[in-house]
Every structure is written in structure tokens, then in C-alpha cells.
Write a protein that binds this ligand. Structure first.
Ligand code: N01
Length: 862
């Protein structure tokens, strides 16, 4: 597409808040012409509108500041730890003045329509007043929480008294002295304003639908240690913020809440309560936003604090949040919120018990009471993240409307752009860390990314950029993968769009962290704008692809392993490799509690074999799973696969017998399958003694253990028994050919390497033996009449292709086979119970497959 027509501006942005102001400054510096259109009559964005009493930031002022201007950093002194709205607004006014930004901002201008002109490669913008502009690039810098949502209460226009919305408070302020006031809503705006409204009002009634978690802000002067930390080395401090989890440099806590004693937990929670930091709430332990049990310990701690603060215990109980995990709806920082309910003229009304039936001329009717008020304050929230964007009629390629495209939830690439809308950017858009981070850090990152992108385009003779469908779908998947391992999707929050009736229920921000996100954005650029199609007169470029394909928790594990800078396992002696794998296993979470675990021996072909039996805590007898651990026939034992065996036992409500077959190189092929076969025979013969159901026997294994399980199934078929009702093969070794594509694609970097697999084979079997079907079951001349199978393969596993090949070959031979391809997983991740939570659904499916083999329903359905 060529760009013949010169637009009015290179860039038009909507919004003159933190984002729009910095964008304007940045673009000017890069030599672009830019215009900001703003509906208010001055700068400030959210801080222009939200002037309700008590409005202040809840990320510390020095963190909630720009970092782009070193001079500004030193010339501006915040007076409080958490600055008030007037002070933040003064700060933004100061920035606008200092950088002479107002001359390129057109105030009192609300953008109504933005339409892409494909022929001219530019955007046509029209304001509500009918004024028209054109620009090459169009940016929504309109904020995540700027489109108020309607209160959705019957009769709001009937009330004869004063009506206020926290989201658009009168500039001159409100005097509530001597008035009977109602506040509806107990989110951040309600919780911040209620104590101050109570100070003035003659009577205050708070209408609460959902109690929220709030901790005291302990506001005051700027903390000296924090200031010293910043002033010690500002550049270092800001850089640490940019690469932190949430945009504030805080050391992440690596410990889970249940890994410490109850006393230690209480001590940490008290410290958190005393610190008054929003990010400190969920940061008290590493697993608070992923583990319901851990989270509930903090919920109860906060409830106890509420009970201890609020004198009337009935009111205290109503204020105790229930039904959502702490952190999954945005928690609040308050100043005297709970104490306010001890005032005699303040009353709490529980809308769960008695919903509002209508607003009336005089006040509010609930299902059991009539209230009269002089003023009603709506603190009822926003159509978050997407509301302000789709409030403009944005029309992209082929007349596609953004509202239509996002009707089932926003789709973006990196939260920055969306397919079908060339040259259209969103700052802190859905799919970026945005509201889960320190907004100023995320805003600066987006502004700088966009500025760099426009410079790249212009210096390369390009003028149109748009993401590809592949990249966008991949990012959306990644955003959801990140959310799905957390507790966030379980709450009816504005993060989920759940506060707006009819809004699709999808998780809107990116929870993978500011650091991870910045890494992804940087990587996209370094890979020639991976996932973007760039065009200019007579040229175009596109390196299509997906920037994050590995499951987020698997990526964290890989990062951790990388940080250890270990030598490759195949460079170690067998003894050292075994010692190392034992040491690694000792560090993991134990896995779920089950009925009992017994270590015993059974007779093998040339001596006793150890086995470990896992029994469910449900009444027996149970079906039995004969399990073979992984470890390349060289490493491993009952301990190495212990958490996975516990999980399998719990998921399948079956006895799992983990058999410690002989290992190579001391006992090479065919010792392992011979042991496996003998053990399975013994288990079948002794099922009753083990507490099992005779005839209800399946085999299972992981990696080399799955190889043994597959081989034993063939041996049992050929030897006339024992009867095996199913085989569960997780990432099985099925063939000695190491030239398959997955060995090339995943040769290195995903724990099990091609070189390590070669090392395993070299220890296990001589070359001539490797083609024996008892080593390479895929090579069996007949794969018919085998037990039904579930074959699970992992996307980033050298063994992936041979697992698929075995599933296909069995299926072609008439065996009932189900194959699960575990997206974003590696060879070792699905057995990492309690570590790789994204593997949990696959583990559940494995348990369900075993139940199906046994013809039983899942435990919950029994
Ligand atoms: O809005 P909210 P907010 N009948 O959606 C209730 C940021 N912020 O303006 O939870 C009765 O959180 C609703 O009840 P429920 C911050 O990110 C930051 O307070 O839907 N009640 C809820 O209690 C924050 O999270 C600061 O059951 C109704 C409340 O109204 C975000 O903005 C300060 C209702 C809305 O709470 C939004 O906060 C302020 C109805 N029909 C805001 N409809 C800082 O400190 C809604 N509610 C920086």
C-alpha cells in the first residue's frame, strides 16, 4: 500500500493523561508531528476526572511517577507516600507546562469516529463536534479505567436530591455537612471516599454488594528508606522497576504460604499489614494467586483484622469479604475505612441480603427498607480496559468495526495492536500488564515501544504495520495460559469484564508480569518485528510467528534451570547424573496426600525388585496401575516420580505400583522390559493381596518408563497374559531413530536434549539390540490387539514425533488410541506436580483415561 496523501499529522492520540502526555513528548523528540485530542478541558486524564474526596494513588508516589525526564525526577518532590489526586494533577500540569505540551493538545474534543483509509494508508478522525483530522498512526491513550459504567439500578433519574459520580466529581468539591448521604459501591473509589464523606455528613449509609479486601495504607510523609533507595541510584532503581514483576522494584518471595509454619505465616501477614503496600498483599508468598488453600489463609487473616477493628460484630461480618480470593478482585489500600463503621452515624446495608429495588424521588428502596437521602454518590466502577476504546467507533480494514471484532472479548497482539486495524495502537491495551502493574512503568514502556516502532518504519521506508493472525492468536493463547494457572478467572471482577452486564467474560490484562512482558516485546523487535506485517511503497516484510509458545510456568522452570548454569547431564558420569537427579527431586513439592504409601519388594526374574505402592484414601478394593518411572533406563526410581504417582493415584482412584526395574548400564537391555513383564505378572497374580480388583490392571509410564509399559503390553499380548486393560504412555520412547524432526526442532533447551537421549540409548542398548521391538516397540511387526491406549506427547520434546508415530501405528492396527498433544509442555513438565500447574488439565485427563480403562466414573461422580 502506498501512502501518497500527506495526513494532517503523523500521529493522533486520544487522551491527555499519563500516557498521552508522555507519548506527545516522545513523538516530538523523535521528529513526528503529533496531536492529542482530549475531551476534558485540561490535562490529567483519570486524575482530571476522579476528584472525589480521598482520591489518591495506591502505588507509592515515587514509583507512580515518570522516569523519562531526569530533571523532573529531581525537581518534583512528593509530599506524601501516597499522593492525593490534587497533587498528582499538579504534577501532570507541571509536566505539561515544562515540556510545553498543551500547544499540541486540543481540549474539549471528544473523538467519535476513527476510520482507516486503506487507499491512502491513513486514519480519518472525526470529533463529536464534527471536526475532521487525518493521521498516519492513531493511538488510544485513553486509560484502562476511564469509561464509567452505568450503575444499572432502576430509577436512577428519579432522585430529586444531589447525585454524584466518583468518576466525574465536581471541580469545586462537595460539602456534605448536615446531609444524609448514600454511597453505592465499595471498590477502591468507595473505600477511599467513604471515610472522608463520613467526616462531613450528618448520616452516611453505605450500600455494599460485594465486600472487598482492603489493607491500611499507613500514609504519611515519603518514607526515608524508600527515598534513599531511589536517590542512591535513580537510573538503577528505575531500571529495576522496568524489569520487576509489577513495575515496582520489590524482591519476589519464592516461598509458598503452606511451606512455612502457621506462626511464620502470621508473622509475614502482620508485616504485610504493617507495610501498607498494594503489591505486598499478594506478594507475601509466591503462591497466593495460584493456590486456593494458601490464598484462604490470607483471606482469613484480613477477615480477623476486620473483626478486630469493627466493634459491631454483625457489621464486621458483613464487611468480611467472601466468595472471591484476595487479589482476584483488585484489593484496596485505605485510610480508616473499617474504623469508619464504628462511627454512630455510619451504617452499612448489605445488598446481598436486601438488594436495591429502586432509586426513588427521596432516596433508595431496598427489598425491605425505605431510605431518604439528600445526596447519593455512585462509586459503581468502570467498563474497564475496553470500554473507552470501543466508545469510539473505530473502523479498520474492510469496514470492520472494532466493537464487532471484540464482541466476544478483545483480541490483540501484545496489547498494542489488533489485526484488521493497521497503524492503530492502544497504550496499556487489553492483553498487556496494564492494570496489574504500576501504570506509569507500563505506560512508559508502551510509549517507548510505539516511538521506536514508528522510527523503525520511517527509517526503513515503511508506513503501515499490522499484526498477523498467527501472532495475535498466539498472544491471546499466551494471555489465557497465564491467567488459567491463577485464581483470577474464578472471580466476578472487572478484570474479567464481569462487572458490566453482557460483557464477555474473558481475562483482560496480562498476568505474566511486567518483566516477562517487556522481554516478549523486546524479542518481537529483535526478531524483525516478529508477528507483524510491515509495508511501504513497493516493499513489505513479515516474519510471522508466535512470540511465546511455551507454557508460562514451564518457561519459569526453564529460566530457573538456566540460572543454575549446569553442565549437560550427558557430560557427567552415571553416578554423578544419578546423584544430581536425586538432589533435584528432593527440592520439589511432595504431591497430593493419599491414603497410604508402602515400600516393598516383589520377586523379579533375577532377584527381588523394589516397588512402591500408592493407595487412594477411598474404600477399596481398587483397580491397579503398574507404573514405570522415567530416567532413560539409567536414572530414577520410586522417589523420582513420587509426586506424579501420588497424583495419578488420586486422579484415577487406583492403586499405583511403581516398579523399580533394573537400570543400565549395569543391567542393559533387555533387563528393564523383562523386569517390567515379571512385575506386571506378579501384580496380576497378587492383585487381591495388594488390595486390588483382580483383572483391573493397567500399565503406565513416563519416557523410558512408558517404553517399558508399551513393551510389556506387547509381551503380555504375545505371552497370553496377564490381561492389561489399558496403557497410559506419557512422552514414550518408542524408537531408536534419533533423526526425526522433533529431535532436530527440540534438540536443545528443553531439559531433555537430543544429546542426552543419545547418551541414554548408548548406556541402555547395543546398536544391534536397539531395533528389537522390546527396545523400540514402534518396530514390532504387529501392533494389533494391544490394550486401549492414551498416548500423551509434549510439544517441545525431542520424543514428540515418535510418540505420535506410535499412537498412529497402534491406531492403524485397530487399537483404540487417544492421543493428547500437550501444547507448550516439555518432556519433564507434565510430571512436575505442584510446580507446572499448566500441566494439571493433562494430568487430569490421564487420570480420567485410567478410569475409563477400568470402566469407572471419576471419583467426584461416584
Ligand atoms: O470501581 P469498582 P472503583 N448495585 O468496580 C459496586 C482503580 N481505582 O471505581 O463488586 C450495587 O472496583 C460494585 O459491587 P460488585 C482501581 O483499579 C484506583 O471503585 O460489582 N453495587 C463495587 O463494589 C479500581 O479497582 C484508585 O458487587 C454496585 C463498586 O460498585 C478501579 O479503579 C482509586 C452496582 C465498584 O467498584 C475501579 O474502582 C479508585 C449496583 N448496580 C479507583 N454496580 C487508586 O487508589 C456496581 N456496584 C489509585
Amino acid at each position: 500500500m502506498t501512502a501518497q496523501i500527506k495526513p494532517d499529522f503523523d500521529v493522533i492520540a486520544v487522551g491527555a493523561g499519563f500516557a498521552g502526555l508522555y507519548l506527545l513528548h516522545r513523538l516530538r523528540g523523535l521528529g513526528f508531528s503529533a496531536k492529542v485530542l482530549e475531551s476534558a478541558d485540561d490535562v490529567g486524564g483519570t486524575w482530571y476526572w476522579n476528584r472525589y474526596p480521598g482520591a489518591r494513588c495506591d502505588i507509592q508516589s515515587i514509583d507512580y511517577s515518570y522516569s523519562f525526564d531526569p530533571e523532573l525526577e529531581t525537581e518534583w518532590q512528593w509530599s506524601e507516600r501516597y499522593a492525593t489526586q490534587p497533587e498528582i494533577l499538579r504534577y501532570l500540569e507541571h509536566v505539561a507546562h515544562k515540556h510545553d505540551l498543551r500547544r499540541d493538545i486540543q481540549f474539549s474534543t471528544r473523538v467519535e469516529v476513527a476510520k482507516w483509509d486503506a487507499d491512502a494508508s491513513l486514519w480519518h478522525i472525526r470529533s463529536e463536534a464534527g471536526e475532521e483530522f487525518s493521521c498516519r498512526f492513531y493511538v488510544m491513550a485513553s486509560g484502562c479505567l476511564s469509561q464509567p459504567k452505568a450503575p444499572e439500578i432502576e430509577g436512577t433519574d428519579r432522585f430529586h436530591g444531589e447525585v454524584y459520580y466518583t468518576s466525574s466529581w465536581p471541580h469545586e468539591g462537595v460539602d456534605f455537612s448536615g446531609k444524609r448521604v448514600a454511597v453505592i459501591g465499595t471498590g477502591s473509589s468507595g473505600i477511599q471516599s467513604i471515610p472522608l464523606i463520613a467526616e462531613q455528613a450528618q448520616a452516611l449509609t453505605v450500600f455494599q454488594r460485594t465486600a472487598n479486601y482492603s489493607i491500611p495504607a499507613h500514609n504519611g510523609p515519603m518514607p526515608t528508606e524508600k527515598l534513599a533507595q531511589l536517590e542512591g541510584d535513580r537510573a538503577l532503581y528505575r531500571e529495576a522497576a522496568r524489569w520487576s514483576r509489577a513495575g515496582v522494584p520489590i524482591e519476589p518471595n519464592e516461598e509458598g504460604a503452606m511451606q512455612v509454619s502457621a506462626e511464620e505465616r502470621q508473622r509475614r501477614y502482620e508485616a504485610m499489614w504493617g507495610a501498607g503496600e498494594l503489591l505486598g498483599i499478594a506478594g507475601a508468598f509466591s503462591d497466593l494467586l495460584v493456590d486456593p488453600v494458601s490464598n484462604e489463609t490470607l483471606c482469613e487473616f484480613v477477615r480477623d483484622k476486620i473483626r478486630a477493628t469493627v466493634q459491631d460484630q454483625a457489621t464486621a461480618e458483613l464487611l468480611c469479604p467472601r466468595g472471591h480470593f484476595i487479589g482476584t478482585k483488585r484489593p484496596c489500600l485505605d485510610s480508616n475505612y473499617y474504623q469508619t463503621y464504628n462511627l454512630p452515624h455510619v451504617r452499612l446495608v448489605d445488598l446481598r441480603e436486601h438488594p436495591i429495588s429502586s432509586i426513588t424521588e427521596q432516596g433508595i428502596d431496598t427489598s425491605d427498607e425505605t431510605f431518604e437521602f439528600d445526596a447519593i454518590v455512585y462509586a459503581t466502577g468502570f467498563d474497564a480496559m475496553t470500554g473507552a476504546i470501543v466508545a469510539v467507533d473505530i473502523v479498520g480494514r474492510d469496514d470492520l468495526s472494532l466493537a464487532d471484532k471484540w464482541a466476544n472479548g478483545p483480541q490483540t497482539y501484545l496489547g498494542l495492536m489488533t489485526v484488521g486495524f493497521p497503524n492503530f495502537f492502544t497504550i496499556t491495551g487489553p492483553g498487556s500488564p496494564s492494570v496489574l502493574s504500576n501504570m506509569t512503568v507500563s505506560i512508559e514502556q508502551h510509549v517507548e515501544w510505539i516511538g521506536d516502532c514508528l522510527s523503525y518504519l520511517s527509517s526503513n521506508g515503511l508506513d503501515v504495520i499490522e499484526p498477523t493472525e498467527t501472532a495475535e492468536a498466539g498472544w491471546l493463547q499466551h494471555v489465557n495460559d497465564c491467567a488459567d494457572i491463577t485464581l483470577y478467572p474464578r472471580a466476578d471482577s472487572w478484570y474479567m469484564g464481569a462487572n458490566v452486564p453482557g460483557k464477555p467474560r474473558v481475562f483482560l490484562p496480562y498476568v505474566g508480569g511486567v518483566d516477562t512482558y517487556r522481554g516478549a516485546c523486546d524479542e518481537v523487535v529483535s526478531r524483525d518485528y516478529l508477528g507483524f506485517r510491515l509495508q511501504g511503497p513497493g516493499k513489505q516484510q513479515c516474519n510471522d510467528g508466535v512470540v511465546r509458545r511455551i507454557q508460562p510456568d514451564v518457561a519459569l522452570v526453564l529460566e530457573f534451570i538456566d540460572s543454575l548454569a549446569l553442565p549437560p547431564m550427558e557430560s557427567l558420569s552415571v553416578d554423578d547424573a544419578r546423584a544430581f537427579s536425586i538432589a533435584m527431586a528432593a527440592e520439589r513439592p511432595a504431591g497430593p496426600e493419599i491414603g497410604e504409601i508402602i515400600d516393598k519388594v516383589l520377586p523379579g526374574p533375577v532377584g527381588e525388585l523394589c516397588y512402591r505402592l500408592y493407595r487412594p484414601d477411598t474404600p477399596g478394593p481398587h483397580p491397579i496401575v503398574a507404573y514405570f518411572h522415567g530416567g532413560g533406563w539409567v536414572l530414577g526410581g520410586a522417589d523420582s516420580d513420587d509426586p506424579f504417582c501420588r497424583d495419578l493415584c488420586a486422579q484415577s482412584d487406583s492403586i499405583v505400583v511403581s516398579i523399580n526395574y533394573r537400570h543400565a548400564p549395569e543391567d542393559k537391555f533387555p533387563a528393564a522390559p523383562n523386569d517390567g513383564f515379571a512385575a506386571v505378572q506378579w501384580i496380576a497374580d497378587n492383585a487381591g493381596m495388594l488390595g486390588g480388583i483382580p483383572g483391573q490392571l493397567a500399565v503406565a509410564g513416563w519416557s523410558a518408563g512408558a517404553n517399558i509399559a508399551a513393551v510389556v503390553s506387547q509381551m503380555a499380548r504375545d505371552g497370553g497374559g496377564p490381561g492389561i486393560v489399558g496403557q497410559l504412555l506419557l512422552n514414550p520412547v518408542t524408537d531408536c531413530d534419533l533423526t526425526r524432526q522433533s529431535y532436530i526442532d527440540n534438540a536443545d533447551g528443553f531439559v531433555l536434549t537430543t544429546a542426552l537421549m543419545q547418551w541414554f540409548w548408548d548406556h541402555y542398548a547395543d546398536s544391534a539390540d536397539r531395533v528389537d521391538p522390546r527396545a523400540s516397540p514402534l518396530r514390532a511387526s504387529d501392533l494389533s490387539n494391544l490394550p486401549p491406549a492414551l498416548v500423551v506427547t509434549s510439544e517441545f520434546d525431542p520424543l514428540c514425533d515418535e510418540g505420535i508415530a506410535y499412537a498412529e501405528a497402534m491406531s492403524n492396527a485397530g487399537v483404540s488410541v487417544r492421543h493428547i498433544s500437550a501444547r507448550g509442555q516439555i518432556h519433564t513438565s507434565l510430571t512436575a506436580v505442584g510446580v507446572v500447574l499448566s500441566g494439571a488439565p493433562v494430568r487430569k485427563e490421564m487420570g480420567a483415561a485410567l478410569l475409563e480403562f477400568f470402566g469407572t466414573a471419576p471419583p467426584s461422580e461416584l
